[in-house]
Design a protein around this ligand. Structure first.
Ligand SMILES: *Cc1c(COP(=O)(O)O)cnc(C)c1O
Length: 410
């Protein structure tokens, strides 16, 4: 059987035209929808008709433009269905809460996005009485040992943030299935690079704010899974997206939809440049974390389970040894050469740099950071594709020399 290709799947799913025959879809900005027949309205409230029959009700429930984007992202992931939200965090919170009630338990990877860590470590136990155990997700035995009778969700990131460990989605999916729990994967770091649903995950969430949006101008999220699961998020009585209301703006859905056709080209170029930087930094003797390097502990796993034509992702980390040198490097790269910008986030066309221990992972206590392998001098680089690769590498080498990171070189 031919291997799943996300871009081919998206091409097959894109069949919308604009209202007047435009080559891209119209924006349905309306917050409410008319009914031709008064009898149909109560039937929609009883769930007898829905958007698949063209029955739209109110913009916090389904919206046609957001439905199209949801369908396109589902196609990219090879999922049955998908819907979009106002942020990645609301996609994660919505998906997790849909699976759990007060008293239930979640097993989560320790190496997750700082906001997700705070949601699971602080917010859900405090506000919802949901208990969470953090595990080293690369250790299937530890994951299995943490699953108990109250466990409802197993949560991991495909490429962990910022240590870029690759989750063994197939192995974790088998564990989740054996225990009858929902396996939720955050695929924000690796759209197209890994297709978790194809490997057995139940639900895939994204922060569309990153690579999918690609221009660092829109905060947005998505949830993909079975038609039943995505439908449950919009249930009028128990749907976490319907009732908590993190509704995406249809204009944002339209804008992101127009960027998905070139996501494949962008991911390939992010990946090509990340691979070049990782190899060249490694050759200079610096500790580099990038799953595209043979020395990375999960290199073979990614080769085996990823869609290798889309590369190994656009993010790598380099360890400058100390926080001071990490800060010096980032300041030089931004203020002296305009190589990139000191900012959190990733997936932008320009390069973004941050020091995870002092920023995106600072919600984690120091000992948790150490356990997750987040060293103080680690710089996370989301490599952009502006400028030429030669020009960018020269800027990097100059910066490294200036901050004294190459002193051991003759
Ligand atoms: C940014 C990010 C999120 C949160 O997304 P928002 O769109 O900022 O709410 C979640 N997970 C990962 C891996 C992220 O990088």
């Amino acid at each position: 059987m031919k291997r799943f290709d996300p871009i081919e799947s998206l091409a097959n799913a894109r069949h919308e035209f604009g209202e007047h025959g435009g080559v891209n879809m119209s924006i349905e900005a309306s917050t409410t929808f008319t009914f031709l027949d008064a009898e149909v309205m109560p039937e929609v409230f009883r769930g007898l008709h829905g958007p698949e029959g063209g029955c739209y009700l109110y913009g916090r429930h389904y919206n046609p433009t957001i439905s199209v984007l949801g369908r396109q992202i589902a196609a990219l992931e090879g999922a049955e269905a998908g819907y979009c939200t106002a942020s990645g965090m609301s996609a994660i919170a919505g998906a997790v809460l849909q699976c759990c009630s007060s008293g239930d338990h979640i097993v989560s990877s320790r190496a997750v996005y700082g906001g997700t860590f705070a949601l699971l470590h602080d917010y859900l136990p405090l506000k919802a009485g949901i208990d969470v155990t953090f595990v080293e997700a690369t250790d299937l035995g530890e994951v299995q040992g943490a699953i108990g009778p109250k466990t409802r969700v197993l949560f991991v990131e495909t490429l962990s943030n910022p240590t870029l460990r690759v989750a063994d989605i197939e192995g974790l999916a088998r564990l989740a299935k054996a225990h009858g729990i929902t396996f939720i994967v955050d695929n924000t770091f690796s759209p197209l690079v890994i297709s978790p649903i194809q490997l057995g995950a139940d639900v895939v969430v994204h922060s569309l704010t990153k690579f999918m949006g690609g221009a660092s101008d829109i905060i947005a999220g998505s949830v993909c899974g079975t038609t039943e699961f995505v439908g449950s998020l919009m249930d009028l009585h128990t749907g976490s997206l319907m009732l908590l209301g993190p509704t995406m703006d249809p204009r944002a859905a339209h804008a992101i939809s127009l960027r998905l056709p070139h996501l494949g080209i962008r991911m390939k170029e992010h990946g090509r440049r990340a691979q070049y930087f990782a190899e060249h930094l490694e050759a200079l003797g610096l500790p580099v974390i990038y799953p595209g390097l043979p020395a990375h502990p999960d290199h073979n796993l990614l080769q085996k389970s990823g869609n290798s034509e889309y590369g190994a992702g656009g993010v790598f980390c380099v360890d400058l040894g100390t926080r001071e040198r990490a800060d010096d490097l980032m300041e030089h790269l931004q203020n002296d050469s305009r190589f990139g910008w000191m900012a959190v986030s990733l997936g932008y066309f320009d390069t973004l740099m941050s020091c995870p221990s002092a920023s995106t992972s600072s919600e984690m206590p120091e000992e948790e950071q150490a356990r997750a392998g987040i060293r103080p001098g680690l710089v996370r680089i989301s490599i952009g594709y502006t400028g030429s690769l030669e020009q960018r590498w020269e800027q990097m080498e100059t910066a490294l020399r200036t901050v004294g990171a190459l002193v051991t070189q003759s």
